[in-house]
Design a protein around this ligand. Structure first.
Ligand code: F6P
Length: 478
């Protein structure tokens, strides 16, 4: 399907791979495949992992994965690395939980409560050494597996040092780095110790091309390079705005299991079918701003009592990164605020917030279908695919309340009801505006949102990166 690289090998490197193993009580290993943009993207070059031309290098994340590596069990086209086996126990956890998720994620999403954190001392330095070890393990595996003239697509903040390390080992390779997160503004980025900030930037600049989800994040990266290093050292900077997969979503959201969940959800919403529904679907992630979303809904019910009994907030908050205490506390706070709203306003036949925490993709699609309003109000988000998926799947058109800090704002802002995610009162007002949007306007906006949301589906998104990596040339953007 790809014309100019039809024979060249393609390697993808990411922390989380396309498959997870579970060790059953019987001692058997069962494999579960994941989804997401990269998985669909790779299918564009043949087969679920890209056929024989592609190799996906990823980390073993749990006990099941590590056991699979020990037993030599694997999927074709996937090489899983047990990072701890090659170094001291805990390297992966220190790199992933300690640095990637507790430092780099916090920096790029601006999540610190700065009077007390971050405080970079000896513990940080030990974790940083593990991050280097973990990145080196990836670089060595890629260098070993890559044939001549291979293209290597390195993913995300977990592997920021890999392009530079790999460049030293294999100067012949074409290397791309893609950031799925926002990039921090210069002043915030410079909270990192100077040597670490430099290492991270130089690591990514080891690639031929560094790419981002929006122009805003690409510009922020360039500004950091200029401020810290004096420039981008000739590395090309690109933007590829991952879109929703319309064909997949339209087909998947009409299957029987989704229909079943629709019936169950309608029952939980109650009323006689005339209640409005505000939907949100997120990982329970600090940057998703679920608590302020609930506070805005509470304010709507408080200040506009006419909505009581006439609206339900369906909120799906799926577990994420539960190894980190701050995520566990946040999950508890989401539950607490939802309970508080239900006990303050709930009546015999009306539960104002229907909160589900068990991940269920079919139920998410059912909620997308019946949503009158979708609430997507992250503090900061690389893209936010929920904002792009809802308009595609929605049965009757759906008004989108969208944070201006989500990457998706760049493409969807014009037809969304846009909010400052920190402004709870303005978000309550935006919910009211969205709930009262005339049906004709709502359906017209939904059509335009769906068109913008599907402009670059995963397969094209992936191919466009490969294509750009293969093209020689300079310039700031390509
Ligand atoms: O947004 C960055 C990202 O790596 C996404 O690609 C992914 O959805 C998310 O973070 C997953 O995080 P984790 O692998 O830590 O669950």
């Amino acid at each position: 399907m790809v014309s100019e690289h039809s024979s060249a090998q393609i390697l993808v490197a990411s922390n989380r791979g396309p498959v997870t193993y579970t060790l059953e009580d019987s001692g058997e290993l069962t494999a579960k495949r994941g989804g997401g943009g990269l998985v669909s993207g790779l299918s564009a070059i043949g087969g679920s992992e890209g056929g024989e031309r592609a190799l996906w290098v990823c980390a073993a994340l749990g006990e099941g994965d590590r056991e699979a590596v020990r037993r030599g069990v694997g999927e074709p086209g996937v090489r899983m690395l047990d990072i701890d086996a090659g170094s001291h126990e805990g390297v992966h956890a220190e790199a992933y939980n300690g640095i990637a998720n507790s430092v780099l994620w916090f920096v790029h999403h601006m999540l610190y409560q700065t009077p007390l954190e971050p405080a970079f001392g000896p513990e940080f330095r030990a974790q940083w050494a593990s991050y280097e070890t973990y990145n080196r393990a990836f670089a060595e595996a890629l260098a070993e597996s890559a044939g001549a003239d291979a293209a290597v697509l390195v993913q995300d903040y977990h592997l920021a040092l890999v392009p530079g390390m790999l460049r030293e080992l294999r100067p012949d390779l074409r290397i791309g780095h893609f950031s799925h997160t926002p990039w921090a503004p210069v002043d915030y980025f410079r909270m990192l110790p100077d040597d670490v900030a430099e290492q991270l930037l130089r690591g990514i600049l080891g690639a031929d091309r560094a790419a981002f989800l929006t122009g805003r994040w690409a510009d922020a990266f360039t500004e950091c390079c200029v401020a810290v290093l004096g420039g981008t050292s000739g590395t090309r900077i690109g933007v590829h705005g991952l879109g929703a997969d319309a064909d997949f979503l339209r087909d998947r959201s009409r299957q029987d299991d989704v229909e079943e969940r629709l019936v169950a959800l309608r029952e939980q919403i109650g009323g006689s079918g005339d209640r409005k529904v505000i939907v949100r679907v997120d990982r329970t992630e600090l940057s998703k701003n679920i608590v302020r979303g609930l506070l805005a809904y509470r304010e709507l019910l408080e200040t506009r009592p006419e909505w009581r009994e006439r609206v339900v907030h369906v909120a799906f908050a799926y577990p994420s990164r539960q190894d980190l205490a701050v995520y566990r506390d946040y999950t508890a706070e989401v539950q607490r605020v939802a309970d508080e709203i239900n006990s303050r306003f709930g009546t015999e036949g009306w539960t104002p917030v229907v909160l589900h925490v068990k991940d269920d993709f079919a139920r998410s699609l059912a909620a997308y279908r019946l949503a009158d309003v979708a609430l997507v109000n992250p503090i900061r988000d690389g893209m936010n695919l929920v904002a792009k998926e809802v308009p595609v799947v929605s049965d009757e058109g759906c008004a989108l309340v969208l944070s201006r800090e989500a990457g998706a704002y760049e493409e969807l802002g014009e037809d969304a009801v846009v909010v400052n995610p920190y402004d709870v009162t303005a978000t309550a007002q935006a919910l009211h505006t969205a709930l009262t949007m005339p049906p004709g306007e709502r359906s017209e906006r939904t059509k335009r949102l769906a068109a913008a949301a599907t402009a670059l589906p995963p397969a094209q998104w992936f191919l466009s990166q490969l294509h750009a990596l293969g093209t020689a040339g300079g310039g700031q953007r390509s």
